[in-house]
Structure formats: C-alpha cells, structure tokens
Design a protein around this ligand. Structure first.
Ligand SMILES: [Zn+2]
Length: 138
C-alpha cells in the first residue's frame, strides 16, 4: 500500500529512502546509472567536475590567446596561468623556458607572466651557476 502511494506520487522511491546524494539516477534525465555515477552514459559530459574542467580549459585557452597577442598586458588580475605558475614556483624555482614547456605556452608568454609577477614583487629572477635565469618566489 505504502509503495503504491509513493509511485503514484511520482516520486522515486530511492530518493525518499536514501536522501539526495546517492543513487538518484542521472541528475539530468533521471535514468538509472551504474556504479553510483551521477549521470547516465548519455550525459557524461554534464558531470559538474567535467563541466568545470572544460570551463577552465576554455578560460586558459582564452588566456593563452591574450598572452600571445598582448604579452604582459594580457595577464589578467585573476589569471589561471599566473596561479599555475605560482604553484609551480612554490614547488621549485624554474626557468622561463621550463615554465613555458610545462604549461604548453610560447616562451614569450611565459616571460610575460614572470615579468608581471616580478613587477608585483612576488617573483624574482636569479642567475644560476650555469648562467641560466630562473624564476623563484620572493
Ligand atoms: Zn541522463
């Protein structure tokens, strides 16, 4: 009797029993999913983490573009690439070439980012014993 009432109410049974976080089926279409995934196969591209990553990739691409055309003036205040560079330099000092390589940037672009960070006083350039310039956090 109870179950019939729930089905008639058009509310998935599992939703009532399990709460909002688990086994609700695809959050886009409500289709059953496997392994507790939040979406069905049709809607894999709607997973929030993937949407967020795609958004980030688009933003980084736009930044690459701005850097390539405008140089240091293309470095935005909340630049993702600047954050990436700072994260990398936190781990260890790096050359502009290596930064460019790791972030798949043109060397001029990585130099532009480092220049901005040097101007902001966050990064300084040092010459290594072998005469290479490396960027490190101040
Ligand atoms: Zn779906």
């Amino acid at each position: 009797m109870k179950d019939v009432r729930l089905i008639e109410g058009n509310e998935p049974l599992r939703r009532r029993r399990r709460g909002p976080d688990k086994d609700e089926g695809c959050f886009v279409c409500g289709e059953t999913t496997s392994d507790g995934k939040p979406v069905c196969i049709e809607h894999l591209d709607q997973i929030p983490e993937i949407v967020a990553i795609e958004g980030k990739i688009r933003m980084i691409d736009a930044e690459r573009e701005r850097l390539a055309t405008k140089g240091a003036r293309g470095v935005g205040r909340d630049s993702i690439l600047v954050r990436e560079v700072l994260g990398m330099l936190k781990a260890k000092p790096m050359s502009i070439e290596k930064i460019a390589q790791d972030l798949d940037l043109h060397e001029n672009s990585s130099r532009a980012i480092v220049d901005v960070l040097v101007k902001r006083g966050i990064v300084r350039l040092e010459r290594t014993g072998r005469g290479r310039m490396i960027a490190c956090l101040t």
